[in-house]
Design a protein around this ligand. Structure first.
Ligand code: SF4
Length: 318
């Protein structure tokens, strides 16, 4: 299997909406310096990455976004994907004219009222759907975070209806390591609805399940080929995901091996980095030793366990 040739550059936390589940909900909002961003993109290319995601904040409101896309083009990236909320659809439509530009769009509910409760904006649904209508052929990824403001979980796959071609839907749980405005929302509140929704997923749609321990899925959904439970280890091989070595957490030795190494060495250090992340304090794997998936699953977030304990998680047994 080939390792992922995609990486990501985060250009800062400025955004035109303010979702309650966002990593940056209570943080000061600022762009990173242009020089830092350009240097990071160059470094990613030096690492022989072929695809790049530009995230923020909201990249379409970044004052130098045209320059960044141009920089990625001249460095020879195969795909330049903007991670967007779709609100500034005229600017995004203009950017979509560049042949290598693609979009990952975040839609955290397909119900207008819920989007209003989540963000405080009254016309978000129309703006996002204008963007989808104009740029659907350039969108290859849809992000959807499950929150108390995204209550229509049984019909979550309706989010994909406006797309004429299959796209990847990434369903995310709240990441409890961030201080956002949603503090208490247990898996058990939506687990049955989520599993029922996934049973309705057509075979030609790929669904990524992210920040969830694998056992949040019922076994039949877990075994479906078009549903992927993301973990640090499985992401190493996913072309839609980011190679873990391109991270500030990676030691210099791994960077150097990755830049100069053969394909085998690059795979080895990518996996090492993924597993290094797995053993940080972010997850707890206490009761998982009897689980058949313990070597791949990232376990349960520590912050989640502090809030709710581990009673909801039943290991898969062989
Ligand atoms: S390893 Fe632990 S968290 Fe992961 S599926 Fe098994 S029981 Fe659940």
């Amino acid at each position: 299997m080939k390792i992922s040739e995609r990486s990501i550059v985060n250009i800062g936390s400025v955004c035109n909406i303010n979702c309650k589940h966002c990593y940056y909900y209570r943080q000061n909002r600022a762009w990173k310096s242009l020089l830092w961003i350009l240097a990071n993109i160059l470094l990613i290319r030096i690492c022989r990455m072929k695809d790049i995601d530009i995230t923020g904040g909201e990249p379409s409101i970044y004052p130098h976004i045209d320059l960044l896309v141009w920089w990625c083009e001249i460095l020879g990236f195969r795909e330049i994907r903007l991670v967007t909320n779709g609100v500034r659809y005229r600017k995004l439509e203009q950017l979509s004219k560049r042949p290598r530009v693609r979009f990952s769009v975040s839609i955290h509910s397909h119900i207008q009222y819920n989007l209003y409760r989540l963000t405080g904006h009254i016309n978000l649904y129309e703006l996002i759907h204008k963007f989808i209508f104009k740029c659907s052929s350039r969108i290859n990824y849809v992000n959807c975070v499950i929150t108390p403001y995204n209550t229509d979980i049984e019909n979550i796959l309706d989010i994909l209806k406006p797309f004429k071609t299959p796209v990847m839907l990434c369903i995310k749980a709240l990441d409890y390591h961030y201080d956002h405005a949603i503090k208490y929302f247990k898996f058990s509140e939506y687990r049955i609805a989520l599993n029922n929704a996934l049973r309705k997923a057509p075979e030609n749609q790929r669904i990524d399940i992210r920040f969830f321990p694998f056992c949040v899925l019922d076994k039949d959904n877990f075994e479906r080929k078009n549903i992927k439970c993301c973990s640090s280890k499985t992401n190493v091989y996913d072309p839609m995901d980011w190679n873990p070595v391109i991270s500030r957490e990676a030691p210099l030795r791994r960077w150097l091996m990755f830049i100069f190494g053969s394909d085998k060495v690059r795979e080895k250090v990518s996996l090492e980095q993924a597993l290094y992340r797995k053993t940080t304090d972010d997850v707890m794997v206490k009761q998982c030793f009897e689980c058949s998936e313990k070597d791949t699953c990232d376990g349960i977030q520590n912050e989640y366990l502090k809030k709710f304990g581990d009673k909801e998680f039943i290991p898969f047994c062989e």
